[in-house]
Design a protein around this ligand. Structure first.
Ligand code: TRP
Length: 356
């Protein structure tokens, strides 16, 4: 059970499909490492899934369950970390409204990650009013738990920056904290919200298989999923293109193939040796490197496949729903406390509900 004396951590995923290696190196790996030492909250951002897929509620529900299977398969332990379902935490929705009034329209629409998504998802002139709102919602996801750290992939940094801005603004406006207060002193200076820090993953941005121009992403069809079988992993790694012609041609040890080598071959001496031989064109073909990579990736994924198989048996989905419910109940204790601290600071503490 999570202990309240440990510093808190919050992060989450939007249920859009299965998790892939980019999620692993960007954030999930960090979560597994941190869950023993921090009071961790891992959020299922299922409300955000409706910003682009409101026509597919059934898919969103199933994706929500699948993502928890991926988390547990990856090594997240629901007895150590708290799994939270966004749509059953009313404090998040309420805080979203209050925070929306602290940020300028320009701040929200200028968020580089939002701008990038509007472009790449083909949403440019047809997105819903709720789509840009998710960025404000994400500030509430985070601040509802008053965490110290938010482990995320590099693409989420603008969101964390917006969240930090929101926290500073709230504390200045409603808690009388001076705008000259250093970020790490907002809480001790009387603010409701500590200013959380992003923790960027070991590999900030894993490219997708192919020419490596795009980051790994399910929607771009260039992803290796944590639940892919071994042959599929090898087949997908074989799709990496470097433009190199022969094993004796001096290669570039910073190319896309070596981004994968650095991410997944765990022995630093072996990585150094491969780089050296590749750079010299010392009879080291791309095919050979890919084979060694596939072995390393499959070694990482094998225990995940085994753990996942447990939840794929009949009744597995029900077990997952029970885990989600139990975690969300714990999460509401924290989020409700935050909400009423915020309401008191805003002088709207006219009475307090109790969630059943
Ligand atoms: N926007 C994040 C993503 O697409 C998911 C997310 C929602 C999140 N709420 C969050 C991440 C809060 C960190 C903290 O990956």
């Amino acid at each position: 059970m999570a202990s309240s004396t440990k510093p808190r951590v919050l992060t989450g995923d939007t249920p859009t499909g299965r998790l892939h290696l980019g999620h692993w190196v960007g954030s999930v790996e960090r979560r597994v490492q941190m869950q023993g030492d921090y009071d961790c909250y891992f959020l299922l951002a299922n409300m955000h899934a409706f910003t682009t897929r409101a026509d597919k509620p059934g898919d969103i529900r199933q994706d929500t369950i699948e993502i928890v299977k991926d988390w547990l398969a990856a090594g997240i332990d629901p007895n150590q970390a708290t799994i939270v379902l966004q749509t059953e935490v009313p404090a998040i929705a309420e805080l979203t409204w209050y925070f929306a009034m602290l940020l300028s329209f320009k701040d929200v629409m200028g968020n580089p990650t939002l701008i990038h998504e509007l472009k790449t998802k083909g949403l440019e002139d047809k997105y819903s009013f709720g789509f840009p709102m998710y960025t404000v919602g994400q500030c509430a996801d985070i601040l509802a738990f008053r965490p110290t750290f938010v482990p995320v992939g590099e693409d989420q940094e603008p969101h964390i920056e917006m969240c930090r801005k929101t926290a500073r603004k709230f504390n200045q406006l409603f808690c009388g904290v001076s705008d000259r207060t250093p970020d790490d002193q907002y809480a001790t200076a009387g603010g409701v919200f500590p200013i959380p820090k992003a923790l960027i993953g070991r590999i900030a941005r894993l490219p997708g298989v192919g020419d490596g121009a795009q980051k790994m992403s399910k929607s771009l069809g260039n992803a290796i999923f944590l639940s892919d079988p071994p042959k599929e992993v090898q087949k997908k790694l074989n799709k990496i293109t470097t433009g190199r012609q022969s094993p004796t041609e001096p290669g570039d040890p910073t190319n896309i193939l070596f981004k994968f080598v650095e991410a997944f071959i765990t022995d630093p001496a072996r990585v150094a040796e491969l780089k050296d031989r590749y750079a010299r064109g010392d009879n080291l073909g791309d095919g050979h490197v890919k084979q060694e990579l596939a072995e390393a990736v499959n070694k990482l994924l094998e225990p995940m496949r085994q753990r996942r198989a447990e939840f794929e048996k009949p009744g597995g989905d029900d077990t997952i729903v029970d885990i989600i419910r139990a975690g969300t109940r714990r999460a509401n204790l924290v989020a409700e406390e935050t909400l009423y601290m915020a309401k008191a600071a805003m002088k709207i503490d006219f009475g307090r509900r109790v969630l059943g």
